[in-house]
Structure formats: C-alpha cells, structure tokens
Ligand binder design. Sequence first.
Ligand SMILES: O[C@@H]1[C@@H](O)[C@H](O[C@@H]2CO[C@@H](O[C@@H]3CO[C@@H](O[C@@H]4CO[C@@H](O)[C@H](O)[C@H]4O)[C@H](O)[C@H]3O)[C@H](O)[C@H]2O)OC[C@H]1O
Length: 384
Amino acid sequence: MKNLTQGAVETGVYRNLFVEYGYSEEEVKQRVEDAFQQIFYGDEDTKIFYDAGDAGAYFMDTGNDDVRTEGMSYAMMMAVQLDRKDEFDRVWKWAKTNMYMTEGRHAGYFAWSCNLDGSKRAYGPAPDGEEYFAMALFFASHRWGDGDEPYNYSTQAKDLLRDCIHKGEHNDGYPMWNPDNKLIKFVPEVEYSDPSYHLPHFYELFALWAYPEDRDFWKQAAEASRRYLPISCHPETGLAPEYAHYDGTPNNDRGYGHFFSDSYRVAANIGLDAEWYGRSDWHQTIIDNIQRFFADKSPDDYRRYTITGEPFEEKSLHPVGLIATNAMASLATDGPHAKENVDLFWNTPVRTGARRYYDNCLYLFSMLALSGNYRIWMPKETEG
Ligand SMILES: O[C@@H]1[C@@H](O)[C@H](O[C@@H]2CO[C@@H](O[C@@H]3CO[C@@H](O[C@@H]4CO[C@@H](O)[C@H](O)[C@H]4O)[C@H](O)[C@H]3O)[C@H](O)[C@H]2O)OC[C@H]1O
C-alpha cells in the first residue's frame, strides 16, 4: 500500500464488493434498481424525489420539510451515475432557479435550504452542496455533452468552482475553502471545517477540469484533505466529530463536536477515495478502527458518541444511514469486519417514515458504490 497524499492516479477499477462477498450479479443489479425506484418513485413512505412540474423536481428533506443543496446535489450525483438525464436536468433546473443567489455577500453560491415552493429559507450556503453540484455537473458534461444554459454543465461547474475559491478576493464575500491551508470550511464565513465535507477524490478531478488557473489549488486541496482526514478521526475509535478545527480537534462551540449525523459520511468518503484513487495505510487504519468500534453495537441502539466512544443517551437519528456508510467504508479495507458490514447493509431495507431523507441518500450512495456503480466519468475523448 502506498501513502497517498501526492501523485494520485485514478485506479479505473470499480469493484462489485457484493459479488466478491457472495451475492449474485443478478440480485445485486436488482437491488440497485429497487433502491433507485423506491427512493425516486416509490410510495410516500420511501420516496424523497418529488416532481414539481415545469419547475423541475427536488429531493425533500422529509424530516425538516425543506429542500437542501445537500440533497439536490446528491440527487444529481445519483442520476448521473445511473444515466438518468431527465431526473438530473429537472433537479438542476429547480436548484438553479430557486436556490442560486445572484446578489448579496453569497452571490454565486446556492442557498442551502429552501421551502418546497422554492422560496429561500436561508440565504447562506453549505459547501458540501457546491462540491457535489460541481462534480455531478462535470460528470453530466462527460456522459451527455453540454447543452444550452443552464445545461451547459461544464461551464456551470467551472464557474461555481471559481466562486468557491476566489470569492472574497475583491471584498465580495468569503471563499468556501481557506486560501492558505486549502481546507473546506463548514460555511464560508467561519474558520473551521466539517470532516464529512472533505472529498479529496473530487478535488483530484477538479484539478483536471476546473479553469486552468484554478487547477493547482485543487491539487493542493486534495493533498490537504488527505492530510486532514487522519487528524480529524480519533486514533482509536476512528470517529470524527461533526465540526472540527483546522488542526483536526473537535469544535464543540455549537454542540457539534461529537460523532453524529454529519460524521457518518466520513467513512463512506474514505471508502470512495480508496476506490477511485487507491488504498493507503491511513484509509484502512481509520476504517478498521470505525468498524471495530461498531462491531459490538446493535443498530437498534446506535447513539450519539464522543469521538473517544462515550455514548450519550441520545439515539442515532439515522441508523440506516450509519449502516450504509460503515458498509461503503469496506471499499477501503479487507479487515476483520469488512464483510459483516456489507452483509448488515445488504440485509437492511431502505428507511421508511419522516426521517428517511438522509438515511436513504446514504443508502443509495452505498448501494451504488458497493456494486461498482459509483464511478469517475471521464471526458469521452480521454477514455480508454
Ligand atoms: O447564517 C448562517 C447559516 O446559513 C448557516 O447555515 C448552515 C448551513 O449548512 C447546514 O448544513 C447542512 C445541513 O446539515 C447537514 O446534513 C444534515 C445531517 O443531518 C440530517 O438530519 C439532515 O437531514 C441533513 O441535512 C448538511 O450536510 C449541510 O449541508 C447547517 O445545518 C446550517 O446551520 O450556519 C451559519 C450561519 O451563520
């Protein structure tokens, strides 16, 4: 294994871990299709995708009755991975029409939360949305080609990334990445991070496809995030806090210095980085630690935890999401708990009820990744 902080190259290999662990190709294919159908077109108890007619379509946060850039950008990533151009374009239309801000200090970003009628609930952005929008837009450009605005996907992605790193240079707001340490911020106006926002495997691709003058920044951001993840995950439990300072220590100023909903994504992200760019010692160490921590815990009793592993009384809000991310993490390890996490996820149905949005987003991502269907889509001319 290499120590991957520099010189990353795509593996081009997309394992079907379900098949490696004994499930048949046919049943895996069916599960992916079933999950997609339940989450996009299922009954009211499982779906989170809603048609808004001429306005497009949206993913609803069913627990908060709003539409979030997080979910919209996730929906676009799912759609492009599954070659669903119609769903992709309808979600992008809704997001660009209703969420994009053209004035104020956050002009150029997307309002992180909107009401179902498209009116804004907040006028601030959440950077995890922007990074997923940009990645999904590049992949759409490569799979389907660019169209007329707003379906000129690659230009939309490049413009968005330019704002993400250059805002603030002319007293026009704040960048989403700190220009000095190249770490993504929780929100643009603060100087701390959210470990679950770190997607070095995306930044490697931004370094290939962003405007030429921005590419070196993204290369450095990938390296910075690969240094940051190991220092923000606890050395024994592997647990990351929801918010963390730039030195990796938990930021509990607003009560988010513990392992809870946001944090779940760290394991999944490390799994995908290992899949796309190759596994390093640190990927495997963190995931082995996390999977060992959860090995003796029942999903019915998942809690909020300090990153040292002390449980709070409070139960996990999204246990299905946690099962999904701990399974996706198995892409980064062949450790003793890798298979049992995949088996547990396989035997877990999609979440039903009001809190299903976040769980089911993580569920479909994990289903895609573990079946070899969460891929880098290169520009056609450089394929092969
Ligand atoms: O004035 C600003 C506020 O605008 C600013 O708002 C923050 C914007 O980012 C928000 O984070 C998103 C929502 O939470 C995370 O995922 C949730 C995980 O738990 C699930 O239950 C839930 O369904 C998920 O949506 C997302 O990853 C983020 O995109 C944050 O919550 C807002 O506070 O805050 C600073 C103020 O100065």
